[in-house]
Design a protein around this ligand. Structure first.
Ligand code: NAD
Length: 296
């Protein structure tokens, strides 16, 4: 199986490196050639363009930042039109079915399509332990499963249903994570300001009905080292919250908490910049109250 991989940034760089390291015949392309170094060092071939990358490939994996980038790469740059008849496009970006539908118009009708966004942060991409949420035809999942099992945890591969459901699950889970993150930040700040030691507070919450993976694991880098996770840029978090809001509007679901959290994220992005990490809203709370959330 010949694989093409476009978008070797924070996530795609590690994912394509893991595929190359597992012996997969893989060619990579990214507009930023620096970012291709990681997979190339593991044996991937480098292409000079997206069209060259996909030439003769049986499977194309895209891991691009936004729906606009996917459309730009696949339609405007001609990648979709260059795909081999009978091949497969797997979009692992956090995106929406509307963009896939636009791309589909430029694909040969025999090209099969799966949406397979991921979760697990950049560390999950690095270690090959990501969760994968796939929407599409089960026969196509079976064909691509050996690739998914290299990039992600085989136990955390989810058949979400028909095409588009993988995108939907990813948007729902990110919105829930961002909502929980802002709520957790407020809760920790409240307890600390009320005089409780931060680690005592965290451990008490872990031992309570309010426990979460966030409290147990995801937030530790921030509480220990002030790491706001630049592996996932706040600009992309804002993109995901906007897409979740768009989805909520299109299906007619009120999303009051999500809308508030989106505003918190947009305010943090305006203050600290696009490249700040996904946990940067906590720094805004810390700065506003002059209370760093750090273990002693
Ligand atoms: P990133 O910005 O680090 O990487 C994206 C890469 O795409 C960049 O290297 C960029 O140069 C490249 N690119 C953009 N347009 C291109 C084009 N037209 N042709 C070729 N290359 C192009 O982003 P990331 O953090 O790796 O995220 C990628 C996707 O995965 C996003 O949809 C994001 O929402 C999602 N995601 C990210 C994380 C995370 O923790 N970073 C976790 C889960 C999902």
């Amino acid at each position: 199986m010949k694989v093409a991989f476009i978008g070797t940034g924070s996530m795609g760089g590690s994912m394509s490196r893991n595929l190359a390291a597992a012996g997969i015949d893989i060619t990579v392309f990214d507009l930023n050639s620096e970012s291709m170094k990681k997979p190339i060092a593991a044996g991937a071939k480098a292409a000079q363009s997206g069209v060259e990358c996909v030439s003769g490939a049986d499977v194309l994996i895209t891991m691009l930042p936004t729906p606009q980038a996917i459309e730009g790469c696949m339609v405007a740059s001609g990648v979709a039109a260059a795909m081999k008849p009978g091949s497969m496009w797997i979009d692992m970006s956090t995106s929406v079915p509307e963009t896939a539908a636009i791309v589909e118009k430029s694909l040969d009708q025999t090209v099969r399509i799966i949406d397979a966004p991921v979760a697990g942060m950049s560390v999950g991409a690095d270690k090959g332990t990501m969760s994968i949420f796939a929407g599409g035809d089960p026969a196509d999942f079976a064909y691509a499963k050996p690739l998914f099992d290299i990039m992600g945890d085989p136990e955390k591969f989810f058949n979400c249903g028909k095409r588009g459901t993988g995108y939907a699950v990813k948007l729902v889970l990110n919105m829930l994570w961002f909502n929980s993150f802002v709520a957790t930040t407020e809760a920790l700040l409240l307890g600390v300001k009320a005089g409780v030691d931060l680690e005592t507070l965290r451990q008490s919450l872990v031992g309570s009905p309010c426990n979460s993976i966030l409290l147990e694991r995801d937030i530790l880098g921030m509480l220990k080292d002030g790491d706001y996770d630049e592996g996932f840029a706040v600009a992309l978090a804002c993109k995901d919250l906007r897409l979740a809001g768009d989805l909520a509007r299109s299906v007619g679901v009120p999303m009051e908490v999500g809308a508030t959290v989106e505003n918190v994220y947009r305010r943090a992005r305006a203050r600290y910049g696009d490249k700040a990490g996904e946990m940067i809203p906590a720094k805004m709370y810390e700065d506003d109250t002059n209370t760093p959330l750090r273990f002693k």
